[in-house]
Write a protein that binds this ligand. Structure first.
Ligand code: PMP
Ligand code: GLN
Length: 422
């Protein structure tokens, strides 16, 4: 079984870390490896290491580095949204809500889909609230996949996709996008589809590479789904973070895809509150039914005060969503200018919290894992190696930087990098 590098990172890291650095990490990694050798866990999940986001955030903390690795915004989200959550906690009903989510939020999900995309969604049969986009993905994959099914994944891929696909018993078919253009390889994608294909997972806007799929690409994928009677699971958690006045296009809006698409959202990204872990699933009733079956045994339900706050938030007027987008685009521009000034070759970024930069021009001729480690320890700025998002070792000289930070955090990161690179 192939274990993606994003999850082998603990082990890879250990090999690369010189003397002193090995110490704090080794404890953590060794404990993990020891557990692995006892072999009492599920053989698929036990084969994975610790995810890159956790590894890099811990390293950043240990070295007092500015964390432009893991994607979480500075700050504490919009005050009014937080206030609704606080108020509900004090005076609302804090017992188990319906496993599908509180009606107010489910209505809000449907209204939001109509307001932004003209989608008519029946909130009672076509929406469900989950504990984060991660659980939404987990419930969707566990609920839909039968052992032996084939599932198409597009690399570079988000960390949770492959483990859950494999744990569900599916055979993963990987199709690869490469920097700097991240072009969809249509011939390879078409070849990956077969009559065994159960679903394709599409992440747009795409983490880590900031690609936003255009209409032509989405139609191409949709046609393959229709031809092979497959579903599209669409991770759209960054839907409001598409820049330069380009649109976000949900697959659900495409001809013939209404009945075969699962749309996944995350309130963490819409309200800059990533710790809240409120996810949302929208799909035709028949398709949602098996996903509900998985959800009811995984988490069953989600904290009601946070649901109430998100229900309120989704009804905020257009200026909120425009401002979120404008602010994030300004941060993107700020960080990319800074990185370019220093000598990074920054790849154009169409959306998400992230940008990718080629570091070769700075005279570093090692791989991206070494680079990100060195940057954290010596320059005091953390980034994430792009190679970690591929299942097979790739020679990568690209690092992912998060720009969902305050201006002063970005300024300080740029300052440190300037000092370090002279
Ligand atoms: N998908 C992608 C592409 C993500 O970047 C994230 C962010 N963490 C998620 C899913 C998970 O979202 P959540 O934090 O709501 O679980
Ligand atoms: N989505 C975030 C990122 O890509 C991290 C989420 C996580 O740590 N699980 O950085």
């Amino acid at each position: 079984m192939r274990v993606p590098r994003i999850l082998q990172f603990g082990a890879v890291y250990l090999k690369l870390l010189p003397g002193a650095l090995v110490k704090p990490y080794a404890r953590y990694i060794f404990e993990f490896e020891r557990k692995q050798h006892v072999n009492i866990g599920n053989s698929i999940l036990s084969g994975y290491g610790t995810t890159i986001f956790e590894v890099m955030s811990r390293l950043a903390q240990e070295h007092g580095a500015i964390n432009l690795g893991q994607g979480f915004p500075d700050g504490n989200g919009p005050d009014d949204v937080v206030e609704v959550g606080v108020e509900y906690l004090r005076s609302g009903v804090n017992q188990y809500p319906s496993m599908l989510g509180i009606p107010d939020l489910r209505r809000s999900i449907a209204q939001h889909a109509f307001r932004f995309y003209g989608l008519e969604i029946d909130w009672q049969t076509e929406t469900m609230v989950t504990s984060g986009g991660t659980e939404a993905l987990g419930s969707t994959l566990l609920g839909l996949i039968e052992p032996g099914d084939e599932v198409i994944l597009i690399e570079p891929l988000y960390d949770s996709y492959l483990p859950i696909v494999q744990r569900s018993g599916a055979v993963a078919k990987l199709v690869r996008l490469n920097p700097p253009y991240w072009t969809l390889p249509r011939i390879e994608l078409e070849a990956a589809f077969s009559d065994k294909t159960k679903l394709v997972l599409v992440n747009t806007p795409m983490n880590p590479c900031s690609k936003v799929f255009n209409l032509g690409e989405l139609e191409f994928i949709a046609n393959l789904c229709k031809k092979h009677d497959a579903f599209a699971v669409c991770d759209e958690v960054y839907e409001h973070l598409v820049f330069d006045d380009e649109p976000h296009i949900p697959m659900l809006t495409l001809d013939g895809m209404r009945e075969r698409t699962v749309r996944i959202q995350s309130a963490g990204k819409i309200f800059s509150l990533t710790g809240w872990k409120i996810g949302m699933v929208t799909a035709a009733a028949e398709l949602l039914t098996p996903i509900i079956k998985a959800h009811q045994y995984l988490t069953f339900t989600t904290p009601p005060n946070l649901q109430a706050a998100v229900a309120y938030g989704l009804r905020k007027d257009d200026t909120y969503f425009e401002q979120l987008n404008t602010d994030m685009q300004a941060r993107r521009d700020h960080l990319s200018e800074g990185l370019r000034d220093i000598g990074f070759d920054v790849i154009p970024c169409q959306g998400t919290y992230f940008m990718t930069a080629d570091f070769r021009a700075l005279g570093f001729d090692g791989g991206d894992i070494e680079f990100c480690k060195q940057l954290t320890v010596e320059a005091g700025v953390t980034a994430v190696p792009i190679s970690a998002f591929y299942t097979e070792a790739v020679q990568s000289h690209f690092a992912r930087f998060s720009f969902c930070k305050d201006e002063k955090t970005i300024d300080e990161a740029i300052r440190r990098l300037k000092v370090y690179f002279g």
